[in-house]
Design a protein around this ligand. Structure first.
Ligand SMILES: Cc1ncc(COP(=O)(O)O)c(C=O)c1O
Length: 377
């Protein structure tokens, strides 16, 4: 599914030098290595501020808390994402409301969000939290309009979308705040857990910096109840090295996706979708967006049998995500039930992520497509 060693080997010496520098300076938490990365990250994304923290989950919480989202306030997000998109809202003490997805992109549907906002529950909504799923930006033309019209804060879950764009603007610079994860499988990855909050607002950035340090502006004077969610110096150093290569890696990922598209078409199994019939529906790239191709996700009817078939041939695949968030045991407290979000529920039965990373070889992709075509025949 993913061979991280292929990225690591050519960077071995450069990474060792960067880690050695952290040891020399002994700046293990925040400090210069993190400040250097924050500055370069902000420039790369085209935002005024980037605030390093300890994970993507913490970045979401930090973004919400910085925006003053807490008890008595509600946030609308998607049921088709990683758990943290919703759990961070609950962790902030707020209410999580869900709206269904667009079946073509799997991203939060602006129309469904507006329906929630117009409902009785919608009165307490203060923020919308779209997720740029699989590395493709949610429809920020619509979300920006809705946010402006209704005075809502927009918080991007950009965990999977480093380098993705919407109308020429980078993920992380589209909303009021953005949250990134540098989990080792992400396009831009740390050597452990790390995350980042982005914003163009001086005020929100200052709050994020204060909240990641136990609510301190002055040492041992606590203005608010924050948390310990600081980035390690080692992670800042690794990320600074990898940031230099991310544009090329994302380009390579897009080339892998384009080759999959043409191989599936040549095999005669590609379908236009959004729902599969006999073959596979290929990823839909929305107009106006630049896909970061974090995942290459196909849709097919006999998904579980296909996954077993691929597994028997030692071909990796993954299901992001098998259970929509409203049907997770831990989120029964949200009060939703099966049938509430039919698009998310259907997607959970049909999606399958195939191997995609910058160093994936053409012959390996051909093997994947041949196996899928064989299964379908
Ligand atoms: C969409 C999404 N949101 C949030 C997260 C949480 O990030 P982390 O694992 O760094 O806490 C992830 C990553 O796993 C993710 O994919």
């Amino acid at each position: 599914m993913l061979d991280l060693k292929r990225q690591y080997r050519p960077l071995h010496q450069e990474l060792l030098n960067a880690l050695g520098h952290v040891l020399e300076t002994q700046q293990f938490i925040l400090g210069e290595p993190v400040a250097v990365f924050e500055k370069a990250a902000a420039e790369n994304l085209g935002v005024a501020h980037a605030v390093g923290c300890s994970s993507g989950t913490d970045a979401l919480w930090l973004a919400l808390a910085s925006a003053g989202i807490g008890p008595g306030k509600a946030v609308v997000t998607t049921p088709f994402s990683f758990f943290a998109s919703v759990s961070s809202i609950l962790r902030a003490g707020a209410t999580a409301l869900l709206a269904d997805i667009d079946p073509a992109t799997f991203n939060l549907s602006p129309t469904a969000v507006e329906a929630v906002l117009d409902s009785e529950q919608g009165k307490s909504v203060r923020a919308i939290l779209p997720v740029h799923l699989y590395g493709q930006c949610a429809d920020f033309t619509a979300f920006s309009r809705i946010g402006k019209q209704r005075g809502l804060t927009l918080i991007e879950d950009a965990a999977q979308a480093w380098g993705a764009e919407w109308q020429g603007v980078r993920a992380g610079a589209l909303g009021d705040l953005g949250a990134f994860s540098f989990y080792p499988t992400k396009n831009l990855s740390a050597a452990g857990d790390a995350g980042l909050v982005t914003t163009n607002s001086d005020n929100l950035a200052e709050r994020a910096r204060m909240l990641r340090l136990h609510g301190m502006r002055r040492r041992y004077f606590h203005d608010e109840i924050g948390w310990n969610t600081r980035m390690d110096g080692f992670q800042g150093a690794v990320l600074s090295v990898k940031l230099k290569y991310i544009a090329g890696w994302n380009e390579a990922r897009r080339a892998v996706a384009a080759l999959y598209d043409s191989l599936f078409a040549a095999a005669g199994v590609a379908e236009s979708g959004p729902y599969p019939v006999h073959g596979v529906v290929l990823p839909h790239v929305a107009k106006g967006g630049l896909h970061a191709c974090h995942q290459y996700v196909i849709r097919t009817k006999r998904r579980d049998q296909l996954r077993e078939f691929l597994g028997a041939r030692k071909i990796g695949s993954e299901i992001y995500y098998p259970v929509p968030l409203h049907m997770q045991e831990a989120l029964k407290c949200l009060g939703y039930s099966e049938g509430d979000f039919p698009e998310a529920e259907r997607a959970a039965h049909e999606v399958l992520a195939l191997p995609i990373f910058a160093e994936l070889r053409e012959d390996e992709q051909q093997t994947v497509v041949n196996a899928i075509a064989e299964f379908l025949s």
